[in-house]
Write a protein that binds this ligand. Structure first.
Ligand code: NAD
Length: 505
C-alpha cells in the first residue's frame, strides 16, 4: 500500500504525515454545555527501518511463554501437525496485527481492507529472537509438554527447536507469589541482596542483546501473578527512592519491579502482563529518563474482552447493567497460584475495574454514585482437571424498559494460553512500532509518546494511563484508537463510518 497525498512525505528512513485533528472543546455555562469544535495540527514521523528485535520473557517456561515461543517457531518453520480433525497449518489467529484487517478506503463502491500489519512497517514476529528467565529450569520442549496447551503431535514436531531453549535463573521472592509455587523454584539466583539481583538481570539483558546482535530488546512479565506490593511513596515514589530501596533490599520491592527497573536501566521497554502493581511511580520515572515505555496491566484475553464489549453494547443501547457475576474455573499453574488469596486479590481488582468508565459515561442510566456501584462479583476456583481449558461463566443482569429485566448467561471455554500468546505478540510488535513514532503538535519539536503507553489498552485488562488521562476500557473505542493511530501515521483518512462517498458518490 502506498499513500499519495500532499500531506504525506516519505524518504528512505521516515514517513511523515500531517494530520489536522478535529476535536470539540466543551465549556460549562451553568447547566448548559457550549461545544466549540477545534482543529489542531499534528505531524507524525515514523522511522520505517525495521530493527532486529529481541524479547525477554519473565516466566518463559510457563504456559504463555512456551505457547508463544512454540507458536512463532511453528509459523517460522511452517511446521504442520495432525490431530483427529486432520492436518493443521500454523497461523496467527487471535493476533490483532497479523490476522485482523483495517479498512483503508473504497474502490468504486467496494470497501478495501488490508491486514493491520501492512499499514505501517512492522517487525515480522517470525524474526523475533526470544530469551528469558524462569524460576523453573525445564527446557521449553519439556515445559510445553507440562503446559498441556498445544496438540501432542505439534509438541513432538517442535521438540528439536524447543529443547535447546533453557530459561535463565530468575529472582524468586516467595512472599510475593503463592506458597504452592515453591516446588517449581529450582532455577533461582541465590542470595537476598536485591541490588545484586538487579545487576545480574541487567547483565543478562546486555549479554542477550550483544550475543544476538540485536538493535533493541523488550521485556515482558508473563510470570505468576504476584500479590500487590504495599506501595509507599518513600519506597516506590521516585526513581531515586526506588533505587535506594533496592539497595537496602526493602521487603516491599517485588521481583517484577526489579525486572521493570532492570529493563529501564538497560534502555528497554517493559510490559506487565499480570495484574499486580509492578509499575510503581519510581519505575515510570526511570522509564521516562531512559526514553523507554512501560505498559500494563494484565493481558485482556477472553472473559474480560467479552465483558468490555457486552457492557459497552448494553450501555450504548441505553440498557442498564445492574449485576455482573463472573465465575472462572481453571486447572493450570496460573489457577493454582491464584488459589492463594493474596494473588487472587490482584486478579480480582483488574477484573473488576474493567467496566467502570463505560458505566460512568452514561449519566442517564447512572445519575448517582450509588447506582454506579453495581453488583460485580468475581469468583476464581482452581480445579486441576480443567487444565489450561479455562471455563468462564458470566451472568449479566440488566434493567430494560418499564422495569423489565434482561439476563445474559455466557459460557466461554478455551485454552487460555492460545488466546494470550497472540495477544502478547501484538503487545510486543506494537510497543516496538510505537518506539519508532514521534509526533509534533502545532509545529513544535518532535517528541515520543508518553512513557506509560496507554495506546496498548485494547490488549490490557486494567490499562495503565499517564496521570490525568482517563482510562478507556470499552473494547470498540480501544480498537478504534489503535486502528486510527496507525492510519493517521500512514497518512490515511480516519473512518467516521458516514460512508458519504458510497451513498452520494
Ligand atoms: P504459568 O504459571 O504457566 O507460567 C508462569 C511462569 O512463571 C511459570 O513457569 C513460573 O515458574 C514462572 N515464574 C514465577 N515467578 C517467577 C519469577 N520471579 N521469575 C521468573 N519466572 C517466574 O502462567 P501462565 O498461564 O503462563 O500465565 C502467566 C501470567 O499471565 C499469569 O500472571 C496470568 O495471570 C497472566 N495472564 C494470563 C492470561 C491468559 O489468558 N493465559 C490472561 C491474563 C493474564
Amino acid at each position: 500500500m502506498k499513500v499519495q497525498s500532499t500531506t504525506t512525505q516519505q524518504d528512505n528512513h521516515f514517513l511523515i504525515s500531517d494530520y489536522d485533528y478535529k476535536s470539540t472543546n466543551i465549556e460549562k455555562n451553568g447547566d448548559k454545555y457550549i461545544a466549540k469544535p477545534q482543529i489542531t495540527n499534528f505531524k507524525f514521523k515514523t522511522d520505517t527501518r525495521i530493527p532486529k528485535l529481541g524479547v525477554m520473557l519473565v516466566g518463559w517456561g510457563g504456559n504463555n511463554g512456551t505457547t508463544l515461543t512454540g507458536g512463532i517457531l511453528a509459523n517460522k518453520f511452517n511446521v504442520t501437525w495432525n490431530s483427529r480433525r486432520g492436518t493443521h497449518q500454523p497461523n496467527f489467529y487471535g493476533s490483532l496485527t497479523q490476522s485482523s484487517v483495517i479498512k483503508i478506503g473504497t474502490c468504486n463502491t467496494e470497501e478495501v481492507f488490508v491486514p493491520f500489519k501492512d499499514v505501517l512497517p512492522m517487525v515480522n514476529p517470525c524474526d523475533i529472537v526470544f530469551g528469558g528467565w524462569d524460576i523453573n529450569s525445564m527446557n521449553l520442549a519439556d515445559a510445553m509438554n507440562r503446559a498441556q496447551v498445544v496438540e501432542y503431535d505439534l509438541q513432538q514436531k517442535l521438540r528439536p527447536y524447543l529443547e535447546k531453549l533453557v530459561p535463565l535463573p530468575s529472582i524468586y521472592y516467595p512472599d510475593f507469589i503463592a506458597a504452592n509455587q515453591g516446588d517449581r523454584a529450582d532455577n533461582v539466583i541465590p542470595g537476598n541482596n536485591k541490588l545484586e539481583h538487579l545487576n545480574i538481570i541487567r547483565k543478562n539483558i546486555a549479554d542477550f542483546k550483544q550475543q544476538n546482535n540485536l538493535d533493541k530488546v523488550i521485556l515482558l512479565w508473563t510470570a505468576n501473578t504476584e500479590r500487590f506490593c504495599v506501595e509507599d511513596p518513600n519506597v516506590h515514589g521516585t526513581a531515586e527512592k526506588l533505587l535506594k530501596s533496592i539497595e537496602s533490599s526493602h521487603p516491599e520491592i517485588s521481583a517484577s519491579t526489579i525486572f521493570a527497573c532492570a529493563a529501564c536501566l538497560e534502555g528497554c521497554s517493559f510490559i506487565n502482563g499480570s495484574p499486580q502493581n509492578t509499575i510503581v511511580p519510581g519505575v515510570i520515572e526511570l522509564a521516562e529518563k531512559a526514553g523507554v515505555f512501560v505498559a500494563g496491566d494484565d493481558f485482556k484475553t477472553g472473559q474480560t474482552k467479552f465483558k468490555t464489549c457486552l457492557v459497552e453494547y448494553l450501555v450504548g443501547a441505553g440498557i442498564k447493567p445492574k449485576a455482573i457475576i463472573s465465575y472462572n474455573h481453571l486447572g493450570n499453574n496460573d489457577g493454582k497460584n491464584l488459589s492463594q488469596e493474596s494473588c487472587f486479590k490482584s486478579k480480582e481488582r483488574s477484573k473488576k475495574t474493567c467496566v467502570d468508565d463505560i458505566l460512568e459515561s452514561n449519566k442517564v442510566l447512572y445519575p448517582t454514585e450509588e447506582e454506579l456501584n453495581i453488583d460485580h462479583t468475581i469468583v476464581i476456583k482452581y480445579c486441576p482437571e480443567t487444565g489450561d481449558s479455562k471455563k468462564a461463566m458470566d451472568e449479566y443482569i440488566a434493567e430494560i424498559f418499564l422495569g423489565g429485566r434482561q439476563t445474559f448467561a455466557v459460557y466461554n471455554v478455551c485454552e487460555d494460553s492460545l488466546l494470550a500468546a497472540p495477544l502478547i505478540m501484538d503487545l510486543l510488535l506494537l510497543c516496538e512500532l510505537f518506539e519508532r513514532i514521534k509526533f509534533s503538535k502545532d509545529s513544535c519539536e518532535y517528541q515520543r509518546f508518553d512513557t506509560v503507553l496507554s495506546w496498548l489498552s485494547y490488549l490490557m485488562k486494567a490499562p495503565k494511563s499517564e496521570s490525568g488521562i482517563t482510562t478507556i476500557n470499552a473494547l470498540s473505542r480501544q480498537r478504534a484508537m489503535l486502528e486510527n493511530l496507525v492510519k493517521v501515521c500512514a497518512g490515511l483518512t480516519v473512518d467516521d463510518n458516514l460512508r458519504l462517498e458510497v451513498r452520494y458518490g
